[in-house]
Design a protein around this ligand. Structure first.
Ligand SMILES: Cc1ncc(COP(=O)(O)O)c(C=O)c1O
Length: 354
């Protein structure tokens, strides 16, 4: 790993929190496994999150290519876009973000506010779906590339989520870091839960687990639909990353299990269980999940614990991949208010196993 060029952007290693209060809320050691939270929400770059690990390798690759400008895409509240904008500032690069939005003038809040604060140039793409942030961003990216080249600058396009083979290296390295921490603690967790979107994290975690002999089973939790295409994307990214590293290890479809039961209505649309998970983690551990990714990943872990699918003698890891800026949006505030109005139990009232 160490021979791959890498720009230091993240505060590493990230800590591990032993979530004893959360475990207590789930019935204590008699009913709940020990829960370790790997705090990649604390990577530090522009309010932190998993993308910092990918960007360390992507920005190094961009600089090696002589790039002047990072160009990337995402939804208007993309964490990846926000962190790319922050990384560009540190690396002395320009940044163009092509963001899909429902409005021509999205509210200046959450990640989108931070994109502006980091001085990114923003080009909006109208969403073609009334609920989901999906749009045809390819021509807008092509135009941004052409504009940069016409101005005599070299653009470097980062695919959505930073999920390229180079970006995948971030979680190969992240796995080596985690496995070393677990070895020092003399703990062998049975499962590692994490939220899975564009799949660069999955590709890196899966390749990394094989290379580092990780003790746990990976338990990816999908936050968006389209599994067959995404499995193939993860497989390719992992194996191209293995080739970059010059190792013979390969990842197959069988290695790429992802839980599908927690997507809800779709990408970016919070679920009731996820909103509950946000309240529970905030009120037990003062840890902030996000409405789009980590709340769904954590909801899967909580349900499995409450159902008794993970024994109290086991230890599990939850990889916290960040995303808290999305809590500071009118959409989240509104959804939280609707949840309260619907009269579902708050975390305080629902701390027992169920
Ligand atoms: C907070 C958060 N968690 C998880 C993910 C999923 O990572 P990946 O896109 O590598 O699957 C993302 C991606 O944007 C994210 O922002």
């Amino acid at each position: 790993m160490d021979h791959r060029p890498r720009v230091p952007l993240a505060v590493l290693p990230t800590p591990i929190t032993d979530a004893v209060r959360l475990r207590e809320a789930l019935g204590g050691p008699a009913r709940s496994p020990r829960i370790l939270i790997k705090r990649d929400d604390l990577t530090g770059l522009g309010l932190g999150g998993n993308k910092a690990r990918k960007l360390e390798y992507l920005v190094a690759d961009a600089l090696a290519a002589g790039a002047h400008t990072l160009i990337t895409t995402g939804a208007v509240q993309s964490n990846h876009a926000r962190m790319t904008a922050a990384a560009a500032r540190i690396a002395g690069l320009r940044c163009i973000l092509v963001l899909t939005a429902h409005s021509e003038a999205p509210a200046l809040e959450g990640n989108f506010l931070l994109d502006h604060l980091f001085g990114a140039e923003i080009r909006l793409v109208p969403s073609t779906d009334p609920m989901l942030a999906v749009g045809d961003d390819a021509p807008v990216v092509a135009q941004a590339v052409a504009d940069e080249q016409a101005a005599g600058r070299v653009p470097y396009v980062i695919p959505v989520g930073g999920s390229s083979p180079v970006g995948t290296l971030g979680y190969v390295q992240g796995t080596a870091e985690l496995v070393a921490q677990l070895q020092a603690l003399q703990i062998a967790p049975s499962r590692l839960y994490y939220a899975s979107g564009s799949r660069g994290t999955q590709a890196g975690l899966t390749l990394g687990a094989k290379l580092s002999d990780a003790p746990y089973r990976l338990w990816g939790v999908a936050v968006s639909a389209g599994e067959p295409e995404k499995i193939e994307r993860a497989r390719r990214a992992a194996n191209d990353a293995a080739a970059l590293l010059g190792v013979d290890t390969r990842v197959t479809h069988e290695d790429l299990f992802t839980e599908q039961g927690f997507i809800g209505e779709g990408y970016g649309i919070p679920t009731a269980e996820g909103l509950d998970a946000i309240e529970l983690l905030a009120q037990t551990e003062a840890i902030l999940l996000d409405p789009c990714y980590t709340s769904k990943g954590c909801a899967a872990l909580l349900r499995h614990i409450r159902q008794g699918a993970i024994g109290p003698d086991e230890t599990v890891v939850f990889l916290h991949t960040g995303g808290a800026p999305a809590l500071f949006t009118s959409r989240y505030r509104q959804q939280r208010a609707e949840t309260a109005a619907a009269g579902r139990p708050t975390a305080d009232e629902s701390t027992g196993p169920r």
